[in-house]
Design a protein around this ligand. Structure first.
Ligand code: TEU
Ligand code: CA
Length: 578
C-alpha cells in the first residue's frame, strides 16, 4: 500500500515570515525578505517551503487570525510579492505550501461580522449560543458553560450586537467556524482552489483535526469538570469529531482530486499516533498525506501541563516516537519534527547547551535522530543553525498572547503558580522561544533587519547571534548547517532513509537511542542487527555514566540497512534544562 509519493523523499522547511527577513526596516519580516533568502534554502537543499500565515490579519495571534484569505497582509507585502516568491522558488526547484487556518477566522473577517446579525445568511457560520438560562447575557457567569480557551479566559465571548456568545477555542479574536454548515465548507474549498490555481503546492492545515465538533443528539455541548484555573476542558468537544473523515474526504474531492504534485499535512491536535493517524494518512482514504502528531512533545510537560515542565526521559521519547512510527508502518505516512513556531527550541529543550561544543554536538545529534526516522522531516527556521531559546527573563520581553495571557491567568487571577515559577515555565516552554529573529550574521540585528533600520525588530534578537549565525556556518564543513545539508543529501540519495522500515532497538535504555532502518528485502539479517546494536552501545562509551555527551553517528551502513545510534547520556546529566 506504500505509495512512495514525491514528498516521501523530501525535506520541508518552515518559515515564520515575521521573524525571517525584514527588507523595509519596519522590524517585521516580509515576503520580499523570503524571496531574497531563497538561495540560502536552495543551498541547504530543502525541497518544500511551508509559510506560516501571511494573509490579511489583525495579527492578534501573528496571522493565525485571518481577516481575508485572498489578500496578503500589507505588513508582509502584496499578492504580486507572493507571485514573485512562488516563481523564484519554483525556478530553484522548491515547492511552496501555505498555512490553511480554517478551524477559525479572525473576528474581523467579513463572514464573522455578517454572522453577528441573526437574520444574515451568515448567521449560522459560527458557534453562537445564548447565555446560560436564568443569567443576564454578558454578565459574569452567564457564559453557556465553563469551557476555557487555550489562550486564557472563557472559550465564550459575548457579542452585545447579537446578544449571544460565540465559541473560540483560541483567542477571542479567533471565533470557531461552524463546519456543520455546508456553505462554510464550500466557501473554504473555493478559497483553497483559488490558491491552488495561483500555483501553490499544497497546504499545512492548522488544527484541522478540530473542525468537527462532538455535539449531543440535540446539539448539546456538555460541560466538564472545572479545573484549578476556573475552566473546564474544551478539547474533548473539538478533537477528532464524528464528521472529520467526511469533511476531509469532501475537501479532497472538491480541491485536490485531479491535481498532482501537491502535498497536504494536517496539524493532528488530539491524534495520538495510532489507528486514527493511519486512517487519516492512508492514501486509499483520500483525506490527508501526513499529520503532525504531538505525543513526543508532551513528554516534558508536568502536572500543570506545559507551564510546569519536567525532565524528559529518553525512554518516553522512544516510546512516543515508536508509536508514531509503527502507526503508519504499513499504511499512511509520518511527518517528523522536533521544532516549530509553537515549541521551544529543541537544542535548549533536550540538548546540552552548557558549552558551544556541546550545543553543536546536541544540535547534530537531534538532527540525526529526527532525519533518520521514517517519514518526511520538517526543519523549522534556525534549527539548521542550532538556534536556542530566547533567554527572556522579563514578561515585557514576550510578545506571544498565549504566554502573556497565561501568566496573568495562572499567577494573578487563579494564583496556581508563583511569578518566579511561571517565568521559569515561560523561559522553558513559551512559543516566543522559537520566534526570535533568524540569525543571519553577527551585526546588531543579526542581519534580520538592517543595522540602521528605523524600527527595532518586533521581538528581541537573541544576543547569542554573535556566535550562532548563518554567515559563520555556511562555509564551515563542521557546522550544524553543513550537518543538515548532509542529512538532506542522504535522504535524496539513499533509498533506505526514505523508504526503509524502522525498528527500535533498545526501548529501555535511558542513554542510547538506536534504531535500524532496512529495506524490506534486506540482506543484513537478524544477526547483523544484534551485532550492530552491541557495537553501538560500546562505541557510545558513556552509556550509564553522566560524562558522555549527546551526539550521534550512523554506525552501520550496509547496502540495505542502516544502524543509527545516538548517545544521549549528557542530556540526562543536564536536565532539567529550564
Ligand atoms: O496551534 C494549535 C495547537 O494545537 C496548539 O498546540 C498550540 O500550539 C498551543 O495551543 C499553543 O501552545 C496552531 C498554530 O500552530 C498556533 O500557532 C496557533 O496559535 C493556533 O493553532 C491557533 O490558530
Ligand atoms: Ca518588513
Amino acid at each position: 500500500a506504500s505509495p512512495n509519493p514525491w514528498w516521501a523523499n523530501c525535506v520541508v522547511y518552515q518559515i515564520y515570515p515575521r521573524s525571517f527577513q525584514d527588507t523595509n526596516g519596519d522590524g517585521i519580516g516580509d515576503l520580499r525578505g523570503i524571496t531574497q533568502r531563497l538561495d540560502y534554502l536552495a543551498r541547504l537543499g530543502v525541497d518544500v517551503i511551508w509559510l506560516s500565515p501571511v494573509y490579511k490579519s489583525p495579527q492578534d495571534d501573528n496571522g493565525y487570525d485571518i481577516a481575508d484569505y485572498q489578500q496578503i497582509d500589507p505588513m508582509f507585502g502584496t499578492l504580486a510579492d507572493m507571485d514573485a516568491l512562488l516563481a523564484k522558488a519554483h525556478r530553484l526547484g522548491m515547492k511552496v505550501v501555505m498555512d490553511l487556518v480554517v478551524n477559525h477566522t479572525s473576528d474581523e473577517h467579513p463572514w464573522f461580522q455578517a454572522s453577528r446579525s441573526k437574520d444574515d445568511p451568515h448567521a449560522d457560520w459560527y458557534w453562537w449560543r445564548p447565555a446560560k438560562p436564568g443569567h443576564e447575557p454578558g454578565t459574569p457567569g452567564a457564559e453557556p458553560n465553563h469551557w476555557g480557551s487555550y489562550f486564557g479566559g472563557s472559550a465564550w465571548q459575548y457579542d452585545p450586537k447579537r446578544g449571544e456568545y460565540y465559541l473560540h477555542q483560541f483567542s477571542k479574536k479567533q471565533p470557531d467556524l461552524n463546519w456543520e454548515n455546508p456553505a462554510v465548507r464550500h466557501a473554504v474549498y473555493d478559497m483553497m482552489n483559488w490558491w491552488m490555481d495561483r500555483g501553490i503546492d499544497g497546504f499545512r492545515m492548522d488544527v484541522i483535526t478540530l473542525i468537527s465538533k462532538h455535539l449531543g443528539p440535540n446539539g448539546e455541548m456538555e460541560d466538564g469538570e472545572i479545573g484549578p484555573e476556573g475552566y473546564s476542558n474544551v478539547y474533548w468537544f473539538c478533537e477528532d469529531g464524528p464528521r472529520l473523515d467526511e469533511f476531509l474526504q469532501e475537501m479532497h474531492r472538491e480541491v485536490f482530486d485531479g491535481r498532482d504534485g501537491y502535498m497536504t499535512v494536517g496539524e493532528g491536535t488530539g491524534i495520538e499516533g495510532g489507528p486514527r493517524d493511519e486512517h487519516i494518512t492512508d492514501p486509499r482514504n483520500r483525506e490527508l498525506d501526513m499529520l503532525f502528531v504531538f505525543t513526543h512533545l508532551d513528554i516534558d510537560h508536568g502536572e500543570g501541563g506545559k507551564w510546569t515542565p519536567k525532565p524528559m526521559r529518553l525512554t518516553d521519547l522512544k516510546r512516543t516516537m515508536a508509536s508514531q512510527q509503527n502507526a503508519v508502518a504499513s499504511n499512511g505516512w509520518a511527518s517528523i519534527f522536533l521544532d516549530n513556531h509553537d515549541q521551544p527550541r529543541v537544542v535548549s529543550r533536550w540538548g546540552d547547551t552548557s558549552s558551544d561544543d556541546m550545543r553543536v554536538r546536541s544540535a547534530k545529534a537531534l538532527a540525526l535522530l529526527a532525519h533518520l526516522h521514517r517519514g518526511t522531516p520538517y526543519i523549522y527556521q534556525g534549527e539548521e543553525l542550532g538556534m536556542t531559546n530566547a533567554g527572556f527573563t522579563r514578561l515585557d520581553q514576550y510578545r506571544d498572547l498565549e504566554s502573556i495571557n497565561m501568566y496573568h491567568q495562572r499567577v494573578e487571577e487563579a494564583k496556581v503558580e508563583s511569578a518566579d515559577d511561571m517565568m521559569a515555565g515561560l523561559a522553558a516552554q513559551s512559543r516566543d522561544n522559537a520566534r526570535t529573529p533568524m540569525q543571519w550574521d553577527s551585526t546588531k540585528y543579526a542581519g534580520f533587519t538592517a543595522e540602521y533600520a528605523p524600527t527595532e525588530p518586533w521581538i528581541s534578537v537573541n544576543p547569542n547571534h554573535d556566535v550562532i549565525n548563518a554567515e559563520a556556518q555556511v562555509d564551515d564543513p563542521d557546522s550544524v548547517f553543513a550537518f543538515y545539508q548532509k542529512l538532506i543529501e542522504l535522504r535524496h540519495t539513499n533509498p533506505i532513509v526514505a523508504a526503509g522500515d524502522w525498528t527500535l532497538l533498545d526501548p529501555e535504555d535511558e542513554q542510547v537511542y538506536d534504531f535500524l532502518r532496512s529495506l524490506p528485502d534486506s540482506d543484513g539479517g537478524v544477526e547483523g542487527r544484534l551485532a550492530g546494536s552491541a557495537e553501538g552501545r560500546s562505541d557510545g562509551g558513556a552509556a550509564g555514566s553522566t560524562e558522555g555527551h549527546l551526539e550521534g553517528g550512523v554506525l552501520g551502513n550496509a547496502r540495505r540497512s542502516l544502524l543509527v545510534v545516538v548517545n544521549c547520556s549528557s542530556r540526562s546529566a543536564h536536565v532539567p534544562a529550564q
